[in-house]
Design a protein around this ligand. Structure first.
Ligand SMILES: Nc1ncnc2c1ncn2[C@@H]1O[C@H](COP(=O)(O)OP(=O)(O)OP(=O)(O)O)[C@@H](O)[C@H]1O
Length: 264
């Protein structure tokens, strides 16, 4: 009977343990540029299937953190592990393989202006994944565009798209390689409030559909509210607060409160 009870306890524990699987683990991360100590002591864990939003004033080192995660910058101290492996110790080949598992969405959407939307989406399939099968390429391009609601723009040039559509196309190009992690650098910057909301909703739907883990750098509190499971606030090279959007919203800390002052 006691064993039975023990077994039940173990079985009940398993799902939460699975949810806690860490895909990005940052410990004591430090990065300086000359005398400028940008990252002083960053500690962050991102779990599988979790969306973490990083808030912070301009120039506090949010983008530098992301660049350390993908090995574009080498930390001066501390540890950055992705899927359990230390990024700073990876060879160029290992970094290349890692970057296939990590998708980016940069502010600009980063589309090639001289290519149609279709060609922009084909690019990572043929160049990165080396897929040659025409039917598979067409199917994946159409599926990715469909999931961001942009199928009708497949043969358009980026210059014919609105800012929101360009962002959607950029997002389709990010998800087409089915990354396990997506890093969003200010995904709604420059968009009007309604379009921003649509992009935030899309970020959430991609997380649910593709079970991705994400870090979302944003100044857009509505995006943070919609898309985050957890929010961290960065100030002076460290994370000074962490919690769900609602938990931080209720915080009595002055710096935390300053981010939420316009939120009802
Ligand atoms: N490669 C680099 N060489 C020198 N200084 C750099 C480099 N990359 C970033 N910095 C400096 O590090 C600081 C943090 O930059 P970062 O782009 O991470 O800020 P951020 O928090 O993402 O800001 P924003 O919200 O404006 O994008 C800035 O002062 C920047 O000038």
């Amino acid at each position: 009977m006691a064993m039975e009870a023990e077994k039940t306890k173990k079985e009940q524990k398993q799902p939460s343990e699975k949810k806690q699987e860490v895909v990005i683990a940052i410990k004591g991360l430090k990065k300086s540029f000359g005398e400028k100590h940008v990252l002083k002591n960053i500690n962050l864990e991102v779990h599988r299937g979790e969306n973490v939003v990083i808030l912070g004033r301009s120039g506090t080192g949010k983008s530098v953190t992301i660049q350390c995660i993908v090995g574009m910058l080498k930390p001066d101290g501390g540890s950055v592990k992705v899927f359990g492996d230390e990024v700073a110790d990876m060879s160029e080949k290992e970094l290349k393989a890692l970057r296939i598992k990590i998708g980016f969405l940069f502010q600009s959407g980063a589309l090639y202006d001289s290519m149609t939307v279709r060609e922009n989406l084909e690019f990572p399939l043929t160049r990165v994944l080396k897929i040659k099968d025409r039917d598979e390429i067409d199917r994946r391009v159409e599926e990715a565009l469909d999931s961001v609601g942009l199928l009708e723009a497949i043969d358009k040039m980026p210059s014919d798209l609105s800012g929101g559509m360009r962002k959607r196309a950029g997002l389709a190009r990010t998800i087409i390689v089915e990354p396990q992690i997506i890093l969003y650098d200010e995904p709604t910057t420059g968009l009007d409030p309604i379009t921003s909301r649509e992009i935030s909703d899309l970020i959430l739907s991609i997380q649910k559909k593709q079970k991705t883990s994400s870090i979302i750098i944003t100044h857009d509190m509505e995006c943070a509210r919609i898309a985050s499971d957890r929010v961290v606030i960065m100030d002076d090279g460290e994370y000074i607060a962490e919690g769900t959007f609602d938990e931080l919203h209720k915080s009595k800390e002055k710096i935390v409160g300053s981010y939420f002052k316009d939120i009802s």
